[in-house]
Write a protein that binds this ligand. Structure first.
Ligand code: UDP
Ligand code: MG
Length: 320
């Protein structure tokens, strides 16, 4: 394996897609050849239990531009993307689903946008809703809510975060760290890095083979990951600002109530034993101290994180 630069890296996460994967590559190669660019297709077998790996071996044998990474077990789509990003040699990195739901013919559209100067270009599956109440309730509502929530809380405005078909400049994917189920908001994670994001309408096909790998459980995972991303985007390098602010408010309130109660006790000889307010004051003071300590510990961890890994707290576009 060489370290030569290429024009394109296509990354395909593969989990039990034995029927789809050969068909997908059959569609993908003509599109890429047509463009006359050098490329590699990195297939990440995410612990498939069907014959996906056998198919991938065959495809690799037929064409050297196919690269295969086989995970030891199922680590999830985010990990598969991360493995692809680590290995990508292309100037532009394109991710897509391996289940034929994205159309390779849309790739040139994404590349045009990248050429216009955008760092991240996301597909937007404009017409993707099947008819019927079930699909409306189980897919459309959660997805629309998720897109709205992610937009509102990350400040990166996209219609369709769930679309895997996306293009990135190489430096963007090398710079970001992914955890959990965060592949859904790579553009939001990348926004910390400072990127220009664009969106292009892409087509969408329903699944022909196998089944979707996700159920309703993903709603909670996405919510929790979203909280993490939101927190990291705003406070990653200064956690004391959020913990400390609430800590001070709580401590201050508790203190004021405490003073008032002390005053009542000593000036008017009030009986404090049956006053819930006393409990509240104690609670607020304790919570305040806890929050401030948490903020300080987080500040320590931020320093450990950046200094132990030589990570910078800034990113540079260019310098002379
Ligand atoms: N996938 C994966 N690991 C997983 C789950 C999914 O690599 O644990 C891959 C899967 O093979 C497909 C893509 O991620 O190529 C999207 O998965 P799926 O089609 O099940 O998601 P949906 O289209 O239902 O959102
Ligand atoms: Mg799919």
């Amino acid at each position: 394996m060489t370290n030569d630069k290429l024009d394109l890296s296509i990354i395909l996460p593969v989990y039990n897609e034995e029927e789809s994967i050969p068909l997908l590559l059959e569609e993908l190669f003509p599109v890429l050849d047509e463009m006359g660019k050098s490329f590699e297709v990195i297939c990440v077998d995410d612990g498939s239990r069907d014959d996906s790996f056998v198919e991938l071996e065959k495809l690799r044998q037929a064409d050297e531009r196919v690269r295969v990474v086989r995970f030891r077990r199922n680590f999830g789509q985010t990990a598969a993307f991360a493995a692809g990003f680590d290995r990508a040699r292309g100037d532009v990195v394109i991710t897509m689903d391996a289940d034929l739901q994205n159309d390779p013919a849309d790739i040139p559209k994404l590349l045009n946008k990248i050429d216009e100067g955008f760092d991240v270009v996301s597909g937007w599956r404009v017409e993707r809703w099947q008819e019927g109440l079930k699909s409306f309730i189980t897919r459309k509502i959660p997805s629309a809510t998720a897109n709205w929530l992610i937009s509102a809380s990350t400040g990166v405005h996209l219609h369709d975060y769930g679309c895997s078909l996306k293009a990135y400049r190489n430096d963007v994917v090398k710079a970001i760290d992914l955890y959990g189920d965060m592949h859904r908001f790579i553009p939001a994670v990348a926004s910390w890095y400072g990127v220009e994001v664009a969106e292009v309408p892409v087509s969408y096909r329903s699944r022909q083979f196998g089944t979707s790998k996700y159920g309703a459980g993903r709603i909670f995972r996405v919510l929790l990951d979203l909280m993490t991303v939101r927190f990291l985007l705003s406070y990653a390098t200064r956690p004391i600002r959020i913990f400390g602010a609430w800590g001070l408010i709580s401590l201050g309130l508790g203190f004021v109530i405490g003073i008032y109660l002390t005053f009542a006790k000593f000036m008017y000889n009030a009986d404090l034993a049956d006053r819930p307010m006393l409990l509240l004051a104690v609670l607020l003071v304790l919570v305040g101290i806890q929050l401030i300590s948490m903020g300080l510990i987080s500040e320590l961890m931020v320093r450990v994180y950046h200094e132990s890994q030589g990570k910078k707290i800034y990113t540079v576009r260019e310098e002379f």
